[in-house]
Design a protein around this ligand. Structure first.
Ligand code: ADP
Ligand code: MG
Length: 340
């Protein structure tokens, strides 16, 4: 039996807002839906001349713009047009799409393809992409056939000339593991340009913080710690001027014959990740990088993921299923943040 009732609670991070005291600064919350999820933005003590309505409009415009470039859920997006072309000649794309792709490719290189935006045919085959879901599991033949179109190293970019080239007519790029983090970074650029110095921007659990909260302290972020009985506990981080992203196997998955199939695909096996690592949080300076790196570390699993994060000097926080609960594992960089 396949249960495809996705459990779509989309915010894997809880924000703790301290109670207001006398020193409470004015703060404004903007929120809404975008990119198949929700977003929340908190602005603390914006400059007096900030037009909040105008700001909100430009944030929506920015999100629309990114979805029109990078969403596989919009058939007319620039990425969808690239995906649906069968040409393996160089294709002219916008500089923005090219730079997104080439930045994502850098994470593929650093993780030896654990993060790989060419994984799209497998994502779709397993029912986690835009095409209609099939209630049957894919066969080995279908997986092998999809894998023939997967492999970041064969995707070419020449961003000086804004050109990209598919490896095979079936190359299909999936930026879902990049675009939310990228959008958070782009909104931060927009806020910085308007001279906002204290804010929190969060899209679907990927977030970025600058400056201080309304109590003039650090923003507190609670990282979910799922327990076997569906309860949650939290690890709290008080931080500023960082990006935080989490990838987990417990929010978007389906069950088939008692087995969990997560939306994170291991490009090496062509199958959803299958190990005891249930969530990875990465703290970095770029949300796009943190978003992608969290996915890569989740693919690599509790040992290899932790070892790579340690080797690359990444602040990573790993939750590993163990008995009836979860075990925490952090890299030394993450421990440093915790002590701050
Ligand atoms: P999470 O918060 O769990 O990382 P995201 O939405 O950020 O979730 O990213 C997961 C999405 O990334 C999947 O739904 C799929 O579209 C895509 N994806 C799955 N596996 C990979 C992979 N190995 N590399 C890059 N993207 C992937
Ligand atoms: Mg992610």
């Amino acid at each position: 039996m396949t249960v495809r009732g996705r459990r779509l609670f989309y915010v894997p991070l809880l924000l703790l807002v301290a109670c207001g005291g006398d020193s409470q600064l004015p703060s404004y919350d903007l929120g809404g839906s975008a990119m198949g999820t929700t977003f929340n933005i908190t602005l603390v003590a914006p400059p007096a001349d900030t037009d909040l309505d105008l700001l909100k409009a430009s944030i929506y415009e920015k999100l629309e713009h990114i979805e029109n470039i990078a969403s596989t859920y919009r058939s007319e997006s620039e990425l969808s047009l690239f995906n649906s072309s069968a040409s393996t000649d160089w294709i002219t794309v916008t500089p923005e799409l090219c730079s997104m792709i080439s930045a994502a490719q850098e994470v593929s290189v650093a993780t030896q393809g654990a993060f790989d935006i060419t994984v799209g045919p497998l994502v779709n085959l397993w029912g986690f992409g835009p095409p209609q879901q099939d209630s049957e599991l894919p066969t080995n033949e279908e997986i092998h056939a999809a894998q023939a179109n997967v492999g970041y190293a064969a995707l070419q970019t020449d961003c000086d000339k804004s050109l990209m080239r598919k490896a095979t007519p079936g190359t299909y790029l999936d930026l879902s593991g990049w675009a939310k983090g990228y959008a958070v970074d782009e909104i931060a650029v927009l806020l910085n340009a308007k001279h906002l110095e204290n804010y929190l921007v969060e899209i679907g659990g990927e977030l970025r913080i600058r400056g201080h909260n309304a109590e003039q302290g650090k923003f507190s972020i609670a990282l979910e710690k799922p327990l076997q009985n569906n309860d949650m506990t939290y690890t709290v981080l008080a931080i500023s001027d960082v990006a935080v992203a989490t990838s987990g196997d417990y929010r978007n998955f389906f069950m088939h014959d008692g087995h969990r199939y997560s939306h994170t695909i291991d490009p090496r096996t062509g199958r959803p990740v299958d190990h005891d690592l249930t969530a990875v949080t990465v703290v970095s300076t770029s949300t796009a990088f943190a978003d992608a790196m969290a996915t890569a570390l989740l693919v690599l699993g509790p040992e290899d993921g932790h070892a790579l994060a340690e080797k690359l000097g990444i602040a990573g926080y790993f939750l590993v299923r163990s008995g009836n609960g979860v075990e925490e594992r952090s890299t030394s960089q993450f421990e440093d943040l915790r002590r701050m």
